[in-house]
Write a protein that binds this ligand. Structure first.
Ligand code: SF4
Length: 218
């Protein structure tokens, strides 16, 4: 595990490298963000943006989605993985938001995770990105990069969230989520991390443990 000084250095390098990074998903409201995040499970953000460009044009808000049946929504999102389940959840969540919250997405984790299709990670993205409320969502990139760097030694996203929140100042939780995602996308890929190009290689636990087995850069 990196010591406190090394943890500060890791976070500082991540911040310098990915400062200003944001969600790759496109949306114009918290409701649209929620739909986009639900669609993004097992589907990449570019594909989600292609779907939502037309979808949000036709159905911009909870009131419009609440009028749909899952069967009507399915063909509009069928290029997503798990689209039948997503259609069912999005329509059900839209009806609840329309009927119980006057069309506005609620802003507590408890209320959010009570919506169909909204788990802890999605709720944290909505809180942080949609409402600016401190939360640190752990997706597959955040989980992998945090554990490789030694910022966490965890087996579940929930444990990773708790470990990172204990290390990172609250006001940086939302930004740290983006830093770790972008580092996972650009350099620390799941199968072939590009450690030779990584600004964190001197501080990375995984790099230290695997330096003898990692291929040298060409
Ligand atoms: S040194 Fe390698 S494993 Fe460590 S964070 Fe960088 S790319 Fe990932």
């Amino acid at each position: 595990m990196p010591n406190n000084k090394e943890i500060k250095q890791i976070l500082s390098i991540l911040e310098d490298t990915y400062q200003g990074s944001a969600s790759a998903l496109k949306f114009d409201s918290v409701f649209q963000l929620m739909v986009a995040v639900i669609l993004s499970a097992q589907t990449n953000d570019n594909q989600v943006n292609k779907i939502t460009a037309e979808l949000f044009h036709q159905y911009p808000d909870a009131a419009a989605f609440a009028q749909l049946t899952p069967e009507e929504l399915e063909p509009l999102i069928s290029s997503c993985g798990l689209y039948k389940n997503k259609a069912k959840n999005i329509v059900a969540a839209s009806k609840i938001i329309q009927e119980q919250y006057g069309g506005e997405v609620p802003h507590t984790k408890e209320q959010l995770t009570a919506l169909p299709g909204v788990g802890g990670k999605t709720a944290n993205v909505i809180l942080a990105v949609g409402f600016g409320i401190p939360a640190l969502a752990v997706d597959t990139h955040v989980f992998r990069v945090a554990n490789r760097l030694g910022l966490a030694h965890t087996k579940t996203p929930e444990q990773t969230e708790a470990a990172l929140c204990a290390l990172i100042p609250k006001e940086k939780w939302a930004d740290a989520h983006h830093w770790l995602i972008w580092h996972g996308r650009k350099i620390c890929a799941a199968r072939h991390p590009d450690c030779e190009s990584c600004p964190l290689q001197g501080l990375c636990e995984y790099r230290q443990q695997h330096s003898k087995t990692l291929p040298k850069a060409q």
